[in-house]
Design a protein around this ligand. Structure first.
Ligand code: NDP
Ligand code: MG
Length: 384
């Protein structure tokens, strides 16, 4: 039996992970869960899965949660209790699925546990890949990606020597709800349109990232760190059907890809499996009616992709600035403060305004995140 600690249990990845757990009750157990403040959803989960522990970040709701949850589940709050939960010897696997920069703290803690981390929170790698991955190595922590493209690459690399034998890795992008629309056509799109992804059901932040294609920029940086390869190895391609989740081409001309219908339970169950695959119910690909297409990444997003490539090469504070500017821009768009196309302007201007530095401590990353958010807020204000 694998004991799972699910960070971000009330979110979209949380839903998919819980579904995989519920389909495999003989091998998977929800041992602990963490979330921010959604006590209604959290209590439903706790009362169904009966975890030993539920951690909530927003301690104002602690008493209310205690009233709603079965007595078997102990309610935890405060950083020390979170730290103890992550290091509980009974926890086997930690799923890092808190959204955005808020996921950094727990991903860092998880990297030092020597357990297995299933990584969904790409933002923590974008801002602190230089710190998290060496820490994971030092503490013998096994990092398995569950972002679908990275999980696909991970599966295509099993048994291979990436450094010596890979010639190219193609990261696919669905293109989001505005695939084939030029940047000029995106000025007045509404948030309802932007939130409506054609293939995937996801949290609001990543849905907007998908619509802007910034998600693919974050994923390029994530891939560079997770697979420890130069950004030149990675090509971004639009594949609107979201069936091929990425492709690895080897130096002998073989290309290996991983395919499934778009469903986050597939990469999650792969990452939760051990020596055998875990069975889940899934929608089979209908190969006889399959019509796959691949297109170049849109030219008018070249600037944002070039920034992501620059971040891959320079490291340091650049990922933190990019991520903070994007988080402020996305939140401002969702609050109707800026237009969709201005998300890019907030990123570009903040990136230009912030000085870049190297060899950062975690404390410095938090400080730069703060400063970048303040700069990005100023840019947003200048638009309103
Ligand atoms: P959601 O917005 O749906 O869920 C976010 C989760 O994080 C919720 O459980 C939320 O709790 C919790 N949370 C937020 N802030 C905190 C905090 N400070 N402390 C503790 N818990 C917190 O996000 P998604 O599930 O869509 O995404 C999660 C991560 O996975 C992101 O990094 C995303 O990029 C990545 N990812 C997501 C994919 C998807 O298909 N959704 C695909 C690939 C990667 P509460 O509900 O209480 O607010
Ligand atoms: Mg992805």
């Amino acid at each position: 039996m694998k004991n799972i600690l699910l960070l971000g249990a009330t979110g979209s990845i949380g839903d998919s992970a819980l579904d995989v757990i519920s389909q495999n009750p003989d091998s998977l157990n929800l041992y602990g869960m963490a979330f921010n403040s959604n006590i209604d959803k959290a209590s439903d989960i706790a009362n169904k899965f009966l975890p030993d522990y539920a951690y909530l970040e927003n301690s104002n709701y602690q008493n209310k949660l205690i009233e709603k949850v079965n007595p078997k589940t102990e309610i935890l709050s405060g950083k020390d209790e979170l730290h103890n939960l992550l290091n509980d010897p009974l926890v086997d696997v930690i799923i890092s699925a808190i959204s955005g920069f808020s996921g950094l703290e727990t991903t860092l803690m998880a990297a030092k546990t020597g357990k297995t981390i299933l990584l969904a929170n790409k933002e923590s790698i974008v801002v602190a890949g230089d710190i998290i991955l060496p820490l994971a190595k030092e503490f013998n922590t096994n990092v398995i990606p569950i972002d679908s493209e990275h999980n696909a690459i991970f599966q295509c690399l099993v048994g291979e020597k990436a450094k010596e034998d890979v010639s190219k890795i193609i990261i696919t992008a669905s293109g989001g709800p505005f695939v084939n629309k030029s940047l000029d056509e995106l000025g007045m799109v509404t948030k309802e349109q932007a939130l409506k992804h054609p293939n995937w059901e996801m949290g609001s932040k990543i849905s907007i990232d998908s619509a802007t294609l910034v998600n693919k920029c974050l994923e390029l940086i994530e891939a560079k760190y997770l697979f420890d390869l130069n950004e030149k190895f990675f090509k971004l391609v639009v594949h609107p059907q979201s069936i091929v989740h990425s492709i690895v081409t080897y130096i002998d001309g073989s290309s290996i890809c991983q395919m499934s219908n778009p469903d986050m339970r597939v990469p999650i169950s792969h990452a939760l499996s051990g020596t055998n695959r875990l069975p889940i119910s899934f929608l089979e690909i209908d190969f006889s009616s399959l019509n796959l297409s691949f297109q170049d990444f849109p030219e008018d997003r070249a600037h944002v992709v070039n920034i992501a490539r620059e971040i891959c090469n320079s490291g340091g504070s650049s990922g933190t600035v990019f991520n903070a500017a994007n988080e402020i821009a996305v939140a401002s768009f969702l609050e109707d403060k800026i237009k969709f196309s201005q998300i890019y302007d907030v990123i570009y201007r903040t990136f230009d305004l912030m000085p870049l530095s190297n060899n950062l401590s975690i404390e410095a990353i938090y400080e730069i995140d703060n400063q970048s958010r303040r700069e990005a807020e100023k840019v947003v204000k200048s638009f309103t």
